[in-house]
Design a protein around this ligand. Structure first.
Ligand code: GLN
Length: 244
């Protein structure tokens, strides 16, 4: 059986900075290398939320977040939350991550409502965090690049993605980076993140396959040769340590 997999790319034209489109390319290509037929659906302003197996929601500047926040409020955001609650996988980065909390408060404009998928609140801080980041996560070491002024504070019951070894993370104070709820992950790791962190890419693909096909495991589809990806990961970590 050549299982198929639907990847929904949320607001790909508005929320796509610092290489984030590379995450969609990595998910689709790692699926293809395993004989999976991925379908990538771009979901723009005004389009209905599809019932996908994996969602990707990238980063964007405050002004892009205004229109996206408005579009996500109501039934569209509710549909995304329901699909994730039902087991769909999701990766969100920075501006997309912020809009999946209860609210994002930009510096110079009214607060933007989020959809409350993650029990957290974000607000623009006085300093922009820019630099390489290394995180000790539940999946092991992850490496990426952050560029945000937003400070994210997790609610009491929300798990972080991990702790920051290099960089600032959620808020530069509590040592956390990102958030995890069911098969949804939010973080501040641009880069693109997934090409340099194959363990996370495969975690998302595995969750998406289980959501779609129940019993299909990534292990059944065989390992990939990640020599190049892991070399890129090591280079990123070395650069982060050198430039901290
Ligand atoms: N506008 C948000 C911030 O500065 C998100 C930026 C981004 O997506 N890199 O925190």
């Amino acid at each position: 059986m050549r299982p198929n997999l639907t990847i929904a790319w949320l607001y790909g034209t508005k929320m796509n900075i610092y290489g984030d489109r590379g995450n969609v390319m990595a998910l689709a290509q790692r699926a293809r290398w395993r004989g999976i037929e991925p379908e990538v659906v771009e979901v723009g302003i005004g389009a209905a939320m599809p019932d996908a197996d994996i969602y990707f929601f990238g980063g964007g500047q405050d002004q892009e977040q205004v229109a996206v926040s408005r579009d996500l409020s109501g039934a569209k955001g509710d549909a995304l939350k329901a699909n994730v609650a039902a087991g769909a996988a999701l990766l969100s980065v920075c501006g997309g991550y912020q809009l999946l909390g209860h609210e994002y408060r930009p510096y110079d404009r009214d607060p933007l409502p989020g959809i409350g998928l993650f029990d957290m609140v974000s607000e623009a801080g006085p300093e922009r965090f820019i630099g390489n980041v290394v995180v000790e996560s539940f999946l092991g070491e992850l490496v990426g690049f952050e560029n945000h002024s937003g400070l994210t504070h997790l609610g009491p019951g929300l798990d972080s993605l991990g702790t920051v070894r290099v960089g600032r993370g959620n808020n530069g104070k509590d040592g956390t980076e990102g958030a995890v709820w069911r098969n949804a992950i939010g973080c501040y790791l641009h880069g693109a993140l997934l090409p340099k962190n194959p363990v996370l890419a495969d975690w998302l693909i595995g969750a998406g396959l289980r959501h779609r096909h129940g019993d299909v495991s990534l292990a059944d589809l065989g390992p990939l040769d990640d020599t190049v990806e892991l070399a890129a990961h090591r280079t990123g970590v070395a650069r982060a340590v050198r430039t901290r």
